[in-house]
Design a protein around this ligand. Structure first.
Ligand SMILES: *[C@@H]1O[C@H](CO)[C@@H](O)[C@H](O)[C@H]1NC(C)=O
Ligand SMILES: *[C@@H]1O[C@H](CO)[C@@H](O)[C@H](O)[C@H]1NC(C)=O
Ligand SMILES: *[C@@H]1O[C@H](CO)[C@@H](O)[C@H](O)[C@H]1NC(C)=O
Length: 252
C-alpha cells in the first residue's frame, strides 16, 4: 500500500516536473541570472606554464598555489555556464580593496606580462554579471572560496605534491580533496610532460543560494584524463617578464 502511494506520488512528480520547470522559466523570463549552482574553477599554474608560455605579472610574484580561473554560474538544464548578462557594468574601483589578494590568487600569467585587469574585467562581463552578485561580492566570494578549499594543502596531507618523479592516481587526488571539502571535485587534465596527462584544473560545485556551501556537483563534466597523471612542479619565483622557461621541457 505504502509502496503504491509512493509510486503514485513519484509518477505525479515525474509527470508534473516538466511543467513546473516551464512555469519557473516563464516567471524568470526577464531574470538573466537563472542558474543552478556555481563552479569554482581553480587552475594549477605548473600545468599552464608547461603547456604554454607564461610571464611574471607586472604586479609581482603570484602565490605558489592554485589560482582562480573563474567562478561560473552554471545551468544544469543547458549543461553550460550562464554568460554575457549585461546587467551590471564593470567598475574597477569596486575591487580596489581586493587588489592584493587578486594579484596573488587570480593573476594572469599570459605573455606579455600584464596587470590582470583585463582578465578580471572579462571574468566579470562573461560570468560575474550573471552571478547575481555585485562586482565586489563576486570577486570576494571567489577569493574566500579558494582560501577555504585550499586544494594544495589537502593534496599535501595525502603526500600528493608537485613532482615529476612519479604519476599520481586521479582517484587518490579526488579522495584527498573530498576528505577536506566534503564533496567530490572534478578534475580536468591537459597534455603534460612525455605526452602524459597532468593535473590542470579542479572544478568544485558551490550552492547558488549562499555562494559558500560546497555541494556534490549536479552535473558531470566529461574531461579526458588517464587514471594516473603528473602534478607538474611550479615555482612562481622562477617567472620572468620575458618567458618562463619551464625546466620540465628539458625532461621531455
Ligand atoms: C564605481 O564604484 C565606486 C565605488 O563603489 C563608486 O564610488 C563609483 O561611483 C562607481 N563608478 C561608476 C561609474 O559607477
Ligand atoms: C557527460 O556524459 C554523460 C554520459 O554520456 C552525459 O549524460 C552528460 O550530459 C555529459 N555531460 C556534459 C556536461 O556534457
Ligand atoms: C626554479 O628555478 C630553479 C633555479 O634555476 C630550478 O632549479 C628549479 O628547477 C625551478 N623550479 C621550477 C618548478 O621551475
Amino acid at each position: 500500500m505504502a509502496a503504491r502511494v509512493l509510486l503514485a506520488f513519484l509518477c505525479l512528480v515525474l509527470f508534473a516536473s516538466p511543467f513546473l520547470r516551464v512555469n519557473a522559466q516563464d516567471e524568470d523570463e526577464d531574470d538573466e541570472t537563472d542558474f543552478d549552482f556555481y563552479y569554482l574553477v581553480l587552475m594549477w599554474p605548473g600545468a599552464y606554464c608547461q603547456q604554454s608560455k607564461c610571464c611574471l605579472p607586472t604586479t609581482g610574484v603570484p602565490a605558489n598555489d592554485f589560482s582562480i580561473r573563474g567562478l561560473w554560474p552554471y545551468s544544469t538544464a543547458y549543461e553550460e555556464p550562464v554568460t554575457n548578462c549585461n546587467s551590471s557594468p564593470w567598475n574597477a574601483t569596486e575591487i580596489s580593496e581586493l587588489q592584493d589578494e587578486l594579484n596573488l590568487h587570480w593573476s594572469n600569467l599570459k605573455c606579455p606580462s600584464n596587470n590582470g585587469v583585463s582578465n578580471w574585467k572579462k571574468a566579470w562581463k562573461t560570468y560575474g554579471a550573471c552571478s547575481g552578485m555585485s562586482v565586489a561580492e563576486y570577486f570576494n566570494t571567489a577569493l574566500e572560496l579558494r582560501e577555504n578549499v585550499n586544494i594544495l594543502s589537502l593534496l599535501a596531507k595525502r603526500d600528493i605534491e608537485p613532482t615529476l618523479l612519479y604519476l599520481y592516481s586521479v582517484t587518490e587526488m579526488k579522495i584527498a580533496i573530498k576528505k577536506g571539502i566534503g564533496a567530490s571535485p572534478q578534475i580536468r587534465c591537459s597534455k603534460g610532460p612525455e605526452g602524459k596527462f597532468q593535473l590542470y584544473e579542479v572544478y568544485i560545485c558551490v550552492d547558488n543560494k549562499d555562494g559558500k556551501t560546497i555541494i556534490e556537483c549536479p552535473v558531470e563534466q566529461n574531461f579526458t584524463c588517464s587514471d594516473f597523471i603528473y602534478f607538474t612542479p611550479f615555482n612562481a619565483n622562477n617567472l620572468t617578464t620575458t618567458n618562463y622557461n619551464n625546466p620540465i621541457d628539458m625532461v621531455v
